[in-house]
Design a protein around this ligand. Structure first.
Ligand code: PRX
Length: 709
């Protein structure tokens, strides 16, 4: 039988791919298992093996009706999955529901006086705000009235929300969902320019902002970004009619940026006219888009992942219930930012659909000291905690024994976003979890809506460093570049794919369906005409291995994306920012290993002839400024190297793989076929100094970096 790769038959394997994944043996020590406590198991949502069986492949896709049944539908679906137009799947066809109703209204009967959101401001002297489900209902309704009546927004319109971690952010998202307005939340730390580009791409004519917020003890004048966002969007041909601004301190404007007459409005003032108003939730088709979330890919511009209402909400509700073990009685705290997919799925939609109490913290975990998260946990009696390996590494480095000083008890903890080193996992388990909490290491992506691999906390043992088995109803496979299956226990790495559709998968890329197909489905598609989902595996662009016990270990991105502190950064985006500087001829961005953040970007630039190398410092500063302006501080490079030339193939392609190897003191491999092999040694000296140090083995993702470009 022909392999998928041969069947595609359009491309010759690239030179850099001749070293197949199948030939890269990975050696890693098998870790021991850890078992959840009897106490945890006794109260767990998922402890019935019969339910697990229900999700076996022979019951696909009907197994996912179980998740959808956890929601309230205005009209029940008549077909679970429609595969007639692959890979544009339709879930819960014919069904109608409203996401806001499911996260708010339906809880009023039983839980109206229960805390829905607890907001913890960064300044420790400021009091915590509790928003009950009743109050959330009121506030969401009033804002929905503002959006519909005052801003003139209708079902299907897009709105860009550039806000920090304040309760008005989930309130705004839910008010949009109530009316079927597609929200596009841009991470608050992104620059105004990044927000403007996303607003233009989504065709938003309304921006929603906050005037400012606290971060690491400093007041950030966030409204300043709105001015840049509006200008950028307009440059891109998208007019912004209204900028609606929440005041962080209601009644007081805390930004130095003037409000623009007619265009800018304080929501806190406008909403007064809508006091007590209610707005009917719009009954939405299951396939109606709920939101866009922009993420970085292999091209210069971020892409808008479009998520559907019914399938997405069903998937995050089911996975939050079974993997995070959320019950309505729990106090759940996810330390991620709502501006990322983790926050959408597992701060807002999943927990609120389950009537949980979701804690929202404004600031950084280390402010004013690394005891802060544990003080919050103690005070609010948080029992489910969720964070990233980067945060765990940082908290461990700066406060090894800090959690022991506080009297809190987690029953469950999640980690997400990056591979976690077994020793970091061990600290999380022993010290943060006090040996009492079950841990799930959840592997997934912006595109996938919810978890793809994770242990079932009461049923599967934990294994440090492994995400674990696939989530219910997910059937992964690892293939090498030639389409051969990488078998369990083979100690080989390959590309992890998901063989089947699932309700949480994105619908398409906003405005670019072709890219959706080419990016995620083309690589291992067996037959472009096929209507059978089995021919359309999802390509995740992550390297992975599977151990004998069926546990997956995720090794990291195999494309031009760098995972910085658990956040995706497209190297092409950073390179485009560098190339806006007139003196720069070429730019290449590669990942470097960082003890806390996992990976950080390092920039290589070469100058145009005639540009003076004496101005190195000035040009480096310009590079940093350009990156911070166009993307945000999150993308700030660790180093900027000015090189005489880039290592290139004979066809002129920059060999980023070679630069990544030099930066990380790894073997550069065979460079004799390069057009300019001599430059490699010059760059090595520039980066590492004259003395050749010992070469490192280096992590898998850096070994593979640049293969796809
Ligand atoms: O490389 C994988 C890594 O994060 C990428 C997805 O990033 P993003 O879309 O920003 O979503 C992050 C939150 C879901 C993946 O392609 N990743 C995510 N979770 C894990 C992980 N790597 C290893 N282990 C994980 N648990």
């Amino acid at each position: 039988m022909a392999t998928p790769r041969q069947k595609l038959g359009t491309k010759e394997p690239k030179a850099s791919q001749t070293l197949s994944e199948a030939q890269i043996a990975v050696h890693w020590k098998e870790e021991q298992y850890y078992y959840p406590s009897k106490k945890f198991i006794a109260q767990a949502n998922l402890k019935d093996p019969a339910l697990v069986k229900k999700f076996s492949e022979k019951n696909f896709p009907a197994c996912f009706d179980h998740y959808a049944s956890a929601l309230d539908w205005d009209k029940k679906w008549h077909k679970t999955l429609d595969t007639s137009n692959p890979p544009f799947w339709k879930w819960f066809v014919g069904g109608k529901l409203n996401a806001c109703y499911n996260c708010v209204d339906r809880h009023l009967a039983k839980y109206k006086n229960k805390a829905a959101i607890i907001f913890v401001p960064e300044p420790e002297g400021e009091t915590t705000t509790v928003i009950t489900y009743q109050e959330l209902y009121k506030r969401v309704n009033e804002l929905a009235a503002v959006l519909g009546d005052f801003a003139g927004l209708k079902t299907g319109d897009r709105v860009t929300i550039h806000m920090p971690m304040i309760p008005e952010l989930p309130i705004t998202m839910l008010a949009c969902a109530r009316l079927g307005i597609v929200h596009s939340v841009v991470f608050g730390g992104f620059s105004g320019e990044a927000c403007g580009l996303r607003a233009a791409d989504s065709g938003s004519r309304v921006l929603i902002y906050a005037d400012g917020y606290w971060r690491n003890g400093k007041w950030v004048d966030h409204k300043a970004a709105a001015e840049i966002a509006v200008k950028t969007a307009e440059k891109e041909g998208q007019r912004i009619d209204k900028v609606l601004v929440w005041q962080r301190y209601p009644g007081k404007y805390s930004s130095e940026t003037p409000m623009v007459k007619e265009r800018d409005h304080f929501i806190n003032d406008v909403v007064k006219a809508y006091h007590g108003q209610t707005v009917q939730p719009v009954s939405q088709d299951a396939e109606a888009p709920l939101f866009l979330m922009y993420t970085s890919g292999t091209t210069g511009r971020p892409k808008g992942c479009q998520h559907r209402t019914g399938g997405y909400l069903a998937y995050v509700t089911g996975t939050a219930k079974y993997y995070q073990d959320i019950h309505p009685e729990d106090v759940y705290w996810c330390m991620a930012d709502i501006g990322w997919i983790t926050g959408h799925s597992y701060i807002v939609y999943g927990p609120l659909a389950l009537a949980a109490t979701s804690v929202l913290y404004e600031g950084v975990p280390q402010y004013p000291d690394v005891g802060r998260p544990w003080r919050i946990a103690e005070r609010l009696d948080v029992n489910i905690f969720h964070t990233s390996p980067t945060a765990i590494r940082m908290l461990r480095k700066a406060g090894l024994d800090e959690p022991r000083k506080y009297n809190y008890h987690f029953k469950h903890m999640t980690t997400v976003g990056e591979p976690i080193e077994p020793e970091v996992w061990q600290w999380y388990y022993d010290v943060v979890g006090k040996g009492e909490a079950a841990i799930v290491d959840t592997w997934w992506q912006t595109e996938t809506g919810g978890f793809l691999c994770t242990t079932k906390p009461a049923l599967d043992p934990m294994k440090p460093g492994s995400a674990g088995p696939p989530a219910l109803g997910i059937y992964p496979v690892i293939w090498d570049e030639e389409g051969r299956e990488v078998k369990a226990g083979s100690n080989l790495a390959g590309n992890i794919c998901i063989r089947n559709p699932w309700p949480g998968i994105m619908q398409t890329i906003w405005g670019d369906p072709q890219r959706f197909v080419s990016q995620y489905y083309k690589k291992y598609n067996k037959n472009a005409q096929s209507k059978d989902w089995r021919d359309w595996p999802y390509y995740a662009a992550d390297g992975a291995m599977i151990a004998k016990d069926g546990y997956y270990r995720i090794l990291g991105r195999v494309d031009d994306v760098i995972n910085v502190a658990g956040h995706r950064l497209g190297t092409k985006e950073v390179e485009s920012a560098c190339l806006t500087i007139p003196e720069i001829a070429e730019a290449a961005v590669v990942p470097a290993v960082d003890e806390v953040k996992g990976r950080v970007p390092v920039v290589f630039i070469s100058l145009k002839p005639g540009a003076s190398a004496e101005e190195t410092r000035a040009i480096q500063d310009k590079v940093t400024t350009a990156i911070e302006t166009m993307i945000g501080k999150i993308a700030r490079p660790k180093e900027i190297h000015m090189v005489p030339d880039m290592p290139k193939t004979r066809s002129g392609k920059i060999m980023r793989r070679v630069l990544a190897a030099i930066e990380n003191h790894m073997d550069t491999g065979d460079i004799t076929t390069l057009a300019n092999p001599d430059v490699v040694e010059q760059i090595r000296v520039l980066v590492q100094g004259h003395e050749e140090g010992k070469l490192q083995e280096g992590p898998e993702d850096i070994k593979r970096f640049g293969q796809e470009s």
